[in-house]
Design a binder for this molecule. Structure first.
Ligand code: AMP
Length: 209
């Protein structure tokens, strides 16, 4: 199954994708995570994009599309995948159409106040990638990853100035993809309120398994 997860930052795409990966046995491909890995490993691409991510702007389409093309050509992506955070522009969606035939585009729908609350309380573990929320999904020990014991961090782009910019960028550049995919008959709207368990149950019900 070839899925795209679409929706504003903070709608829970990454959290639900982690569950969907297990359930559907397909890789979870997050362009945000791929960029963050490059930054952590100090690759040339990482240094090119670090400031862009810090501001919450979009990485240029050509760079992003090439990175996704390479990832989708790997063996594990031939049977299916969950693309999380890609495409984010019409140009990226056009490029993706040349690379794969999608089954569904899942649109996570959530109010702006909830988005802001989710993003500002989000904490992550740099090594395991696990996502927590200080109120809604806290770790067992305050500020510490359950698995690795490492200190959780707040992503630079989850700080207030960057959150505001990311929501603007989403409205301007990514929101038009809803109409794009709806007109192709691929869009499935999912109410992204509630716990990950509730949202994932809605997703399975919509996709039929
Ligand atoms: P995310 O983890 O999906 O919120 O992505 C974090 C950041 O990575 C975004 O704010 C962008 O700077 C960059 N990024 C991720 N996916 C894309 C994309 N499809 N196009 C351009 N930039 C992206």
């Amino acid at each position: 199954m070839k899925l795209v997860f679409l929706g504003p930052p903070g709608a829970g795409k990454g959290t639900i994708a982690a569950r969907a990966r297990e359930h559907y046995q397909i890789p979870h491909i997050s362009t945000g995570d791929l960029f963050r890995t490059h930054i952590k490993e100090h690759t040339p691409l990482g240094s090119e994009v670090e400031a862009i991510l810090g501001r919450g702007d979009l990485v240029p389409d050509a760079i992003t599309v090439e990175m996704v093309r390479e990832r989708l050509s790997a063996d594990d992506a031939q049977r299916g995948f969950i693309l999380d955070g890609f495409p984010r522009t019409i140009a990226q969606a056009d490029a993706l159409a040349q690379m794969a035939r999608l089954d569904y585009v899942v649109n996570f729908v959530l109010d702006e106040e909830v988005i802001i609350a989710r993003l500002s309380g989000r904490r992550v573990c740099k090594s395991t990638g696990r996502i927590y929320h200080i109120l809604y999904d806290p770790p067992k020990v305050d500020g510490i990853d359950d698995e690795s014991g490492e200190v959780l961090i707040q992503r630079d782009d989850d700080k207030p100035e960057a959150i505001h910019n990311r929501l603007l960028v989403y409205q301007r550049q990514t929101f038009p993809l809803i109409g794009y995919y709806r007109s192709m008959g691929l869009l499935v709207d999912i109410d992204a309120k509630g716990t990950p368990l509730e949202v994932f149950a809605r997703l399975k019900a919509e996709l039929g398994f």
